[in-house]
Design a protein around this ligand. Structure first.
Ligand code: C2E
Ligand code: MG
Ligand code: MG
Ligand code: MG
Length: 288
C-alpha cells in the first residue's frame, strides 16, 4: 500500500515540478532576451520629506513590460536574474539610466538605486558607479545606493571595504527593508550608512493597538544617535504619516503620496510645484 501510495504521490508531483521548471526556463529565456535588448523601463517613486512635504528624491524601480504577461514583478525577475547571471548587466543598465534621468532634476533631489548583493560584491562595482557618475555628470552626493541587511551579516570585512570605497566616491548608502533581516540595531553604527529605510511591515502595523510604534521610535532614536536619516516605506494612510512625523521619522515613501511613475510623469509632478498641496488635493478628491 505504501508503495502504491508513494507511486501515486510521485505521479502527482512530477508533472507539476516539470511545469514549474518549464515556466521558469521560459521566463529565463525571455529575460535573457530582454536584457540583451534593454527592454526594460525605469520608474521613479518620490521620497518625501515629512516636515516640509518636499520631494527629497526618488527611488528607481525596475519595470519589465512583458509582451504577454504585462508587467512582471521585480520581486519575481530580480532573483531569477541573480540566479542566471544577468544581474550585473541589468544592474549596470539601471545605474546608468537612473543617473542619466536624475541629472535633469532639481539639484536638491537625490536618486536611489537598488543594488543586488551579487552586484555589490563584484570587485569592479565601485568603478562602475564612478563611471555612471562621470558619464551622466550627476554629482556623487545625489546618488544613494540601497543595500540590504544580509550584506552586513556576512563577510563583514569585505562589506566594510566596499562601503568605504563607495563612500570615498561621495555616494550615499541606504539600508533597505530594515528590520526584516535579523540584523541588530546595536551594530548599525559600525557601518558607514547614511539612511535607514524602515520596512513596510512596521508601517502596516504602526497605528494598531500594541503595534510597531515603539519599535519605530527605537529605530528612529538609534538612527539619530548615529547621524542617520530614517525613511518609512509603504506609507498608505494619513494616520501612518502623522504618527511617523510625531515619532521623528524624516522621510516617507508610499502610495499615500505617489506610486513609482515613468520619468516623464515624475517630471510633471515635480514641475507641479508645491508637492504637499498636490498630494493634499489628490487626497481631497479621492475622499468621497
Ligand atoms: P524595495 O526596494 O523595497 O522597493 C519598494 C517596493 O515597495 C516597490 O515594489 C514599490 O513599488 C513598493 N511600494 C512603494 N510604496 C508602496 C505602498 O505604499 N504600498 C505597497 N503595497 N507597496 C509600495 P516593486 O517596484 O515591485 O519592487 C520590489 C522589489 O524589487 C524592490 O523592493 C527591490 O528589492 C527590487 N527591485 C526593484 N527594482 C530593482 C533594481 O533596479 N535592482 C534590484 N537589484 N532590485 C530591484
Ligand atoms: Mg529599495
Ligand atoms: Mg525597500
Ligand atoms: Mg521593501
Amino acid at each position: 500500500a505504501a508503495k502504491s501510495e508513494g507511486r501515486r504521490t510521485y505521479r502527482f508531483f512530477m508533472p507539476e515540478m516539470d511545469t514549474k521548471a518549464k515556466a521558469r526556463h521560459e521566463l529565463a529565456t525571455e529575460l535573457k532576451r530582454a536584457v540583451a535588448e534593454r527592454a526594460f523601463q525605469l520608474h521613479f517613486q518620490p521620497l518625501v520629506d515629512l516636515n516640509s512635504g518636499a520631494v527629497a528624491g526618488c527611488e528607481a524601480l525596475l519595470r519589465w513590460p512583458h509582451p504577454v504577461r504585462g508587467f512582471v514583478s521585480p520581486a519575481e525577475f530580480i532573483p531569477l536574474a541573480e540566479d542566471i547571471g544577468l544581474i550585473e548587466e541589468l544592474g549596470e543598465w539601471v545605474l546608468e539610466q537612473a543617473c542619466g534621468v536624475a541629472v535633469g532634476w532639481p539639484a536638491a533631489m537625490t536618486v536611489a538605486v537598488n543594488v543586488s548583493p551579487i552586484q555589490f560584491r563584484r570587485a569592479t562595482f565601485p568603478l562602475k558607479v564612478a563611471a555612471a557618475l562621470a558619464r551622466s555628470g550627476l554629482a556623487a552626493h545625489r546618488l544613494e545606493l540601497e543595500i540590504t541587511e544580509a550584506l552586513l551579516l556576512q563577510d563583514t570585512e569585505s562589506t566594510l571595504t566596499i562601503l568605504n570605497q563607495l563612500r570615498a566616491l561621495g555616494v550615499k548608502i541606504a539600508l533597505d527593508d530594515f528590520g526584516t533581516g535579523y540584523s541588530s540595531l546595536s551594530y548599525l553604527h559600525r557601518f558607514p550608512i547614511d539612511k535607514i529605510k524602515i520596512d513596510k511591515s512596521f508601517v502596516d502595523t504602526l497605528t494598531d493597538q500594541a503595534g510597531s510604534a515603539p519599535i519605530v521610535r527605537a529605530i528612529v532614536q538609534i538612527a539619530a544617535a548615529g547621524n542617520k536619516t530614517t525613511l518609512a516605506e509603504g506609507v498608505e494612510t494619513a494616520a501612518q504619516r502623522d504618527l511617523l512625523r510625531q515619532l521623528g521619522c524624516q522621510q516617507m515613501q508610499g502610495y499615500l503620496f505617489s506610486p513609482a511613475l515613468p520619468a516623464e510623469a515624475l517630471a510633471r509632478l515635480i514641475a507641479g510645484g508645491d508637492v504637499e498641496t498636490n498630494s493634499a488635493s489628490r487626497r481631497a478628491t479621492s475622499t468621497v
